[in-house]
Design a protein around this ligand. Structure first.
Ligand code: F0G
Length: 482
């Protein structure tokens, strides 16, 4: 895409949309933010949006809706079976993702549940580029195990490798040979690999996976929740595709997979999900599970209005000006923070900027959750809500041991077309201040630790009185600013 250049030479992303519906947000003073943190037990998931100024927790279900999506919702056809809203959505899935069978589910993890229920048996191994947390829980529920096979460079946080989401092909083959192809129900590839900082894989890598899948007769499953952005980055970074269009790249990717599933909360900026395939056997194996877990085959737990919005959202996924908006804001944010010396995941990826808490808070041991501590500290000094992506988001193993995560990240999600550039500049300002005062941040410990998904609802407390010290320093430097 041609970018618009400024006469001044300044390089800033220019919004290619206008704002016609707005939502007011407010900033509460830092003293209230400290109380809110205490009430929410230092877990950013437990804050209420009344206390949040810039909500960067996630892009899931929080992307801006377009005028066309809102308009489409008005023509929803309410019917338990055979709704026209479903058929419009099914057509959009076929047009955009190139798959003729579409099974609706209420959100992404429901697709993970159904695929795991159908294919994962005790003792199975599922190789993948990297896990997503809900997926790991579903696979382990069914007695399966996962193995993550990224190349080493993916773990080098500031390496500028363009495709850190690539799966290690040599290791993939080795794992299948050792474990036996009959124990590997599928290989999973996740577009724009979320938990390593929203990093894409290349089409060449996906082709290599396809060749292995064919050689050993194993299914290939693609998590397409962040497919549009991965495809956009393929056009930017993979020589062979630099002249290709977004629809071509998307269908090249989905064409290599037997099963494509997605969270529509991300892919099409609406609330729903889906599983799609061109394989009649797979369709027959999975379709009875939709009424069992989700709802009738023509709604799958999604409201008809959301189905209409999803159909339009899917077509908008192939609009470069839409799909590149959050990417250009993320790149701006990452580059500005990088220029200020703040350790970040690089290159700038998808869905958000990722702070490297392992480096920023290297004085905090992993068992005291440096990423969760940094996320709490950032909220305190700014009202910006990010998400911990580290040891606190990991689950304990069968023996109750707590594995330390490979990376300790704080994700600052940039949902599509939601924030303005001055809000992003505010984020740069406060993160930079916090980085310069990082020694004041200390660790957290659990006081309430749920057995599963502890990062969602777990309660923590600070190991020292560091939040008060940080507040005092803020007042010293910012006077009576909010
Ligand atoms: N797959 C990926 C790659 C995801 O990022 C998510 C959700 C899911 C599956 C599950 O989908 O939430 O609709 O059930 N990611 C959200 C996030 C929660 O904040 O990154 P879901």
């Amino acid at each position: 895409m041609n970018e618009i250049k400024f006469y001044s030479g300044e390089q800033i992303p220019l919004e290619l949309h206008k704002v016609r519906v707005v939502q007011k947000i407010q900033m509460v003073p830092i003293e209230r933010r400290l109380e809110a943190l205490q009430e929410g037990m230092f877990n950013t998931y437990r804050l209420t949006t009344k206390d949040v100024f810039i909500d960067m927790l996630t892009d899931s279900g929080t992307n801006a809706l377009s005028d066309k999506q809102l308009a489409a919702m008005m023509q929803a056809d309410d019917a338990y079976a055979g709704s026209q809203s479903f058929f419009r959505l099914k057509q959009a899935v076929e047009d955009v993702l190139g798959k003729k069978y579409y099974l609706p589910v209420h959100q992404g993890r429901a697709a993970e549940n159904i695929i795991s229920y159908a294919y994962v048996k005790k003792g199975n191994l599922i190789p993948m580029n990297y896990r997503f947390s809900t997926l790991l829980a579903h696979i382990t529920q069914h007695g399966g195990k996962i193995i993550e096979l990224l190349y080493d460079e993916a773990y080098v946080i500031d390496s500028t490798h363009p495709f850190k989401g690539n799966i290690n092909i040599e290791k993939l083959e080795e794992v299948i040979q050792i474990h036996g192809a009959e124990n590997v129900p599928y290989i999973r590839m996740e577009a724009s690999t979320n938990l390593i900082g929203g990093q894409p894989f290349s089409i060449q890598n996906l082709r290599d996976v396809r060749a292995i899948a064919d050689k050993y007769n194993i299914r290939l499953v693609l998590d397409a929740s962040l497919l549009g952005e991965n495809a956009y980055l393929v056009i930017q970074r993979e020589e062979e595709f630099k002249e290709s269009t977004l629809p071509e790249v998307i269908q090249t990717m989905t064409g290599l997979a037997d099963i494509v599933y997605f969270s529509a909360r991300k892919l099409s900026s609406s609330r729903g999900g889906g599983i799609c395939t061109n394989n009649t056997d797979i369709y027959k194996e999975l379709s009875p599970l939709i009424p069992l877990f989700e709802g009738f085959l023509t709604y799958g737990g999604i409201s008809v209005r959301e189905m209409e919005s999803m159909a339009v959202g899917l077509y908008e996924t192939i609009d470069e000006t839409m799909i590149s908006q959050s990417l250009s804001f993320i790149a701006y944010l990452v580059n500005a923070l990088d220029a200020n010396g703040v350790p970040m995941v690089k290159p700038a990826g998808v869905l958000g900027a990722h702070l490297n808490a392992m480096e920023i808070c290297k004085h905090i041991p992993q068992k005291e959750y440096p990423a969760a501590s940094l996320a709490a500290a950032l909220y305190l000094v700014s009202g910006i809500r990010g998400m911990e992506r580290g040891t606190m988001s990991s689950q304990r193993d069968e023996d109750g041991n707590e594995p330390c995560a490979d990376m300790e990240l704080v994700r600052l999600a940039v949902p599509r077309r939601v924030f303005t550039l001055s809000q992003i500049k505010y984020v740069v300002d406060r993160v930079t201040w916090l980085y310069e005062n990082r020694e004041l941040i200390d660790g957290l410990r659990f006081v309430e630790e749920p057995p599963m998904f502890r990062s969602f609802m777990g309660g923590l407390e600070p190991v020292s009185d560091w939040p008060q010290k940080l507040l005092n320093k803020f007042r010293e430097d910012f006077g009576d600013s909010l």
